[in-house]
Design a protein around this ligand. Structure first.
Ligand code: BYC
Length: 498
């Protein structure tokens, strides 16, 4: 028996982010699906904006057809957002993927909302972009928007090797929602940034993951998602950066961004679920075989993934995801905070002055070959503040995975590598640190890297296990079935039809 199974609607995946307050009083917006672009922003009343978005729509659909999921399917059991209240916000149905209705959905407006941090603390939240913050805000929207289609591109071919119809459907659910998150940023760019915003929206479809001439902006979004173990690690570690970054944008003084991010977080919870349970089920299968006495390195022969290889995949995805937080000290982040554009995780629950002008914080560094720390103004260290929250959260899923090992009676455990391991951004880049936190010479590090990060052989062996399983209720040998199906349907349901 493993640890309990979680359903994708388990509140543990949503409550922490969006709070467990009831839906706002009064009528809850119902999304109008009779329009060409479903929305709850009254698009029909703004003909210019509507026309601009309608002219972007066919380009998005072209991009989806060219760089979206490559496996042809008849229909998929998908969740579509149909209202934005807390209860019953989504409907479920079999939908041909190309007919999925990508809509523009913002959370309800909170009457009288004020800015909760920075130099404008206490002032009414902005409904329009303040001129002096225009370029910073646009940059934040572009970076956020760029990651969404990037992940769809990275996961494009995974459908060809899905371990089950249940998992295939989860992949497609993640993909359509990342597409919707692109729509969310494109709406803000079109609605509030005029010509520049429309140009940026075009560029979001022109940069491509891994493209040598026109890559995606952030490093991790140019890495290939080679197989399903990578996909689960990506949804666990990299989507979780999305959760934390959106959590800071949800605090933004620019109200349309705050409301957009809040609704995106609701969908994001499912992506966390896919990652947490995907790795958990992989570990469960591995643990069963280890408990039966098979040596780790021989698990391939039994159609499972050795624990040592799972650890390498974890080390890789965790370290590239830490890079997504930017440098430990950054004048950009200080500017965003002071301006009221990007807050801290759980800003309103923090008990300080929410301006931080005199506050300081310790940031790590490597000096003279040893790990040290220095004290800097806290405003400049907010990327690290967010990253620290993220690392704590990463540890929570890890405990679930380790519970699988413990319950199988095994001594081995998975661990998060040291923050300084394998870094390309920030204070640790250019240093050679082991997962345990030992500072090494470049030669020593490179000699051992194959024990810490997936080597080509590991990836090839994982790839060999990645055979498609498209019969309802059938699962690949390397992953345990989930305890429950989707939306109370049986695990054996044909979630995807061809
Ligand atoms: N790769 O001052 P610094 C998601 C750039 S994921 C390449 O240290 P700053 C999702 C940086 O842009 C969440 N370049 O950093 C997940 C800057 O360039 P400029 C996405 C990098 O600005 C899964 C320079 O280096 N959302 O939603 O304080 C599936 C100096 O940077 C990287 C956001 O990230 C990198 N890793 O913070 C789907 C939120 N890191 O300006 C979706 C919006 C930094 O000198 N973005 N650089 O040309 C931000 O808040 C910030 O821009 C960052 C960086 C946190 C990314």
């Amino acid at each position: 028996m493993g640890s309990p199974d979680y359903t994708e609607t388990s509140t543990e995946f949503t409550d922490e982010i969006i709070g467990n307050a009831p839906a706002p009083d009064g009528p809850v917006s119902i999304i109008d699906y009779s329009e060409r672009i479903p929305n709850n922003v009254g698009l029909a009343t703004d003909r210019r904006l509507q026309r601009a978005l309608e002219s972007w729509q066919p380009k998005f659909l072209d991009w989806w057809a060219t760089l979206g999921p490559s496996l042809p399917t008849r229909d998929v059991y998908l969740r579509t957002a149909t209202a934005i209240g807390r209860d019953g916000w989504a409907s479920w149905d079999r939908v041909p993927m190309a007919d999925y209705r990508w809509g523009i959905l913002l959370s309800e407006r909170t009457p009288g909302r004020t800015i909760s941090f920075g130099q404008h603390r206490g002032e009414p939240a902005w409904q329009e972009v303040p001129g002096e913050y225009r370029s910073d805000l646009r940059r934040l929207l572009v970076i956020q928007g760029d990651t969404e289609p990037a992940s769809v591109e990275q996961q494009r071919h995974l459908g060809g090797t899905a371990p089950s119809l249940y998992d295939l459907r989860n992949l497609f659910q993640v993909n359509v929602e990342e597409g919707r998150h692109l729509w969310a940023m494109v709406y803000l760019l079109h609605a509030y940034f005029g010509r520049d915003g429309r140009d940026e929206a075009e560029m979001l479809l022109r940069r491509h993951s891994g493209d040598l001439d026109s890559p995606r902006i952030l490093g991790a979004f140019n890495e290939e998602t080679t197989d399903w173990l990578s996909f689960f690690m990506f949804t666990y570690f990299t989507d979780r950066d999305g959760k934390y970054q959106l959590g800071t944008l949800k605090e933004s003084g620019f109200d349309p961004l705050a409301r957009t991010a809040e609704f995106m977080l609701r969908e994001e919870a499912h992506h966390m679920f896919v990652g947490t349970t995907g790795v958990q089920r992989t570990v469960r299968r591995t643990a069963e075989l280890l408990a039966a006495g098979h040596p780790d390195e021989e698990l391939w022969r039994h159609g499972a993934i050795p624990l040592a290889v799972i650890q390498k995949y974890l080390n890789f995805q965790f370290s590239v995801s830490l890079d997504l937080f930017g440098s430990e000290t950054s004048s950009n982040v200080a500017g965003y905070y002071t301006a009221g554009l990007k807050g801290r995780w759980m800003e309103t629950r923090r008990s300080d002055d929410h301006r931080l002008t005199g506050a300081t914080m310790e940031v790590p560094a490597i000096s003279g070959g040893v790990l040290t720390a220095s004290t800097v103004p806290m405003l400049t260290a907010l990327n690290l503040d967010l990253r620290n929250e993220y690392v704590l959260d990463c540890g929570r899923g890890l405990r679930k995975w380790n519970a699988e090992l413990e319950q199988a009676g095994l001594e081995q455990r998975l661990t998060l590598p040291h923050d300084a391991f394998n870094r390309r951004v920030g204070t640790f880049s250019g240093h050679f640190v082991s997962p345990a936190g030992d500072i090494l010479s470049q030669d020593d590090w490179e000699r051992q890297a194959g024990q810490w990060l997936p080597a080509p052989d590991d990836r090839a062996a994982v790839a060999e296990l990645m055979q498609p399983h498209y019969d309802a209720g059938e699962f690949a040998s390397w992953i345990a079935p989930p305890g429950v199906g989707i939306n109370d349907l049986p695990v054996e349901y044909d979630y995807v039809r061809f």
